[in-house]
Design a protein around this ligand. Structure first.
Ligand SMILES: [Fe+2]
Ligand SMILES: [Fe+2]
Length: 219
């Protein structure tokens, strides 16, 4: 069985990983480094673990979470679907079972808000974990005058926390936003489609999705 550790130690995957962050850096896009991948991997596993899913499913969520953005090595546009096709070839080479490959690639191919859908519990966990990773440290630019609205909104986030309550079947995203940098409305405007997708993903897991911004409830 291919483990999360096997994926992390694979030198081919690692080369693409490093190239991805370099290319995105050239575009000034927000950081997609090991930290983002590891955060998404860990939270994806944590969500399914907390909700009592089988161990192997939690590991597949971890693998999909870790690899979800690797399609950016080819192009930022449509990186979810492109990444799914790339990961397909890696996992095939490594000898993963087709049933498991299907779970991983469908989650990767469905993580983008424009075209994604929570097609499985693994896909739902990756969607929520990816969208919850908004934070100031991910903004690469240093000159505020060159910030896009998306940069500004990310930069405004001082804390983000994902909480899972298995008893209440509730997944909560808690954000602390610096209102001098971005208004809550501006945040919401940018992230509304993401939050709607998170709500659908939580629904797939039999949970309610809650968004708290500066302790006020928005969803
Ligand atoms: Fe992505
Ligand atoms: Fe991502």
């Amino acid at each position: 069985m291919i483990s999360f550790d096997d994926i992390k130690k694979d030198t081919e995957i690692d080369s693409y990983f490093q190239a991805t962050n370099v290319y995105l850096g050239q575009m000034g896009a927000i950081v997609h480094d090991y930290e983002h991948s590891n955060t998404v991997a860990e939270n994806s596993r944590r969500i399914l673990e907390a909700l009592g899913y089988p161990k192997r499913e939690t590991e597949l969520a971890e693998i999909a979470g870790y690899l979800h953005d690797i399609g950016n090595v080819i192009n930022r546009y449509d990186h979810g679907r492109v990444g799914a096709a790339l990961v397909f070839s890696f996992l095939l080479r490594m000898g993963m079972d087709p049933e498991e490959i299907a779970v991983v690639v469908s989650a990767i191919g469905n993580h983008e808000e424009q075209t994604g859908s929570p097609v499985s519990s693994v896909a739902a966990a990756v969607i929520i974990s990816d969208k919850a990773d908004v934070h100031r440290v991910r903004v690469r630019k240093t000159d505020f005058s060159t910030f896009t609205t998306r940069d500004r909104v990310n930069f405004a986030v001082e804390h983000s926390l994902l909480k899972i309550d298995p008893d209440l079947r509730k997944i909560t995203m808690e954000l602390t936003i610096d209102l001098e940098i971005s208004s809550v409305m501006e945040y919401f405007e940018i992230f509304l489609t993401r939050m709607v997708l998170c709500r659908r993903a939580a629904g797939h897991l039999g949970c309610e999705f809650e968004l708290l911004i500066n302790e006020a409830r928005f969803l």
